[in-house]
Ligand binder design. Structure first.
Ligand code: PGA
Length: 241
């Protein structure tokens, strides 16, 4: 795993944006795996700036988001549909028909997951996967547990994740208790992975990620089996502050 140690959040955002921009410049039809949460927001802002400056063109890219709450309507301001539109998609020239996000309102969750798997395969797989990391080491909504799922699936959120994400909702009770998420196998099939981590709250997860053990109780530890992962983190997440 390559580690880019940064002096703060802005540097993480700039380095991540630069790598994503280079990917799109090299391959204008790149398939991008998108993440939500607080961490990638700065990267998205910098991508919008590059688009507005005329140095980046998203017209041929295809995107697949990692996950979506279930059940939750796309119009809900806490949905990842809403997040992606507000933080990135409505500001750039990505084609709506090339944007894929799991449907948090699907009646048949299993069929939705299967269709999403098929769509990723039909696109030729993910070229660059952006990831955040949960305080509990989750990636996407692949939560720690006795076993993990390889494929796109419906999952229950852990208490740790419900607590961490309650800050976005009016009350903790409003946090959906389930999500649809790509699986660990989907993530590991990406050609390149960027893992972003900022702040002290992530230090325990990053420390565990950087020792030699692989365990389903820290889903991110599976990333150690991937040949092309770049961890972009600040000193606080690295445990130095
Ligand atoms: P965060 O979430 O970026 O809001 O910290 C990361 C995650 O839970 O994957």
């Amino acid at each position: 795993m390559e580690i880019l140690l940064c002096n703060g959040y802005d540097e993480i955002s700039e380095k991540a944006a630069a790598i994503l921009a280079d990917t799109v410049k090299e391959n204008p039809a790149a398939v991008l795996g998108m993440a939500t949460g607080s961490t990638p927001e700065g990267m998205y802002k910098r991508l919008i700036e590059r688009y507005e400056a005329g140095t980046l063109d998203f017209s041929a890219v295809e995107t697949f988001n990692l996950d979506e709450y279930y059940p939750l309507a796309a119009e809900n301001e806490q949905s990842y549909h809403y997040y992606m539109n507000e933080k990135l998609f409505k500001h750039i020239n990505v084609k709506p028909e090339r944007i894929h996000i799991l449907n948090g309102e699907a009646k048949d969750a299993d069929a939705e997951c299967k269709a999403y798997s098929n769509a990723i395969a039909a696109a030729g797989g993910i070229d660059l996967q952006i990831l955040g990391i949960g305080e509990n080491g989750h990636i996407g909504f692949n939560e720690p547990g006795e076993y993990l799922h390889a494929d796109v699936h419906k999952t229950a959120l852990t208490e740790s994740t419900v607590n961490a994400n309650a800050r976005f909702f009016a009350t903790r009770d409003e946090v959906p208790r389930y999500a649809l998420t790509v699986g660990i196998g989907d993530i590991l099939r990406a050609k390149k992975i960027l893992l972003l981590a900022s702040g002290k709250a992530k230090a325990n997860a990053i420390r565990a990620l950087l020792d030699d053990r692989i365990t389903t109780s820290l889903p991110a530890s599976l990333l150690k089996t991937h040949p092309n992962v770049v961890l972009i983190c600040d000193r606080a997440a690295f445990g130095e502050e």
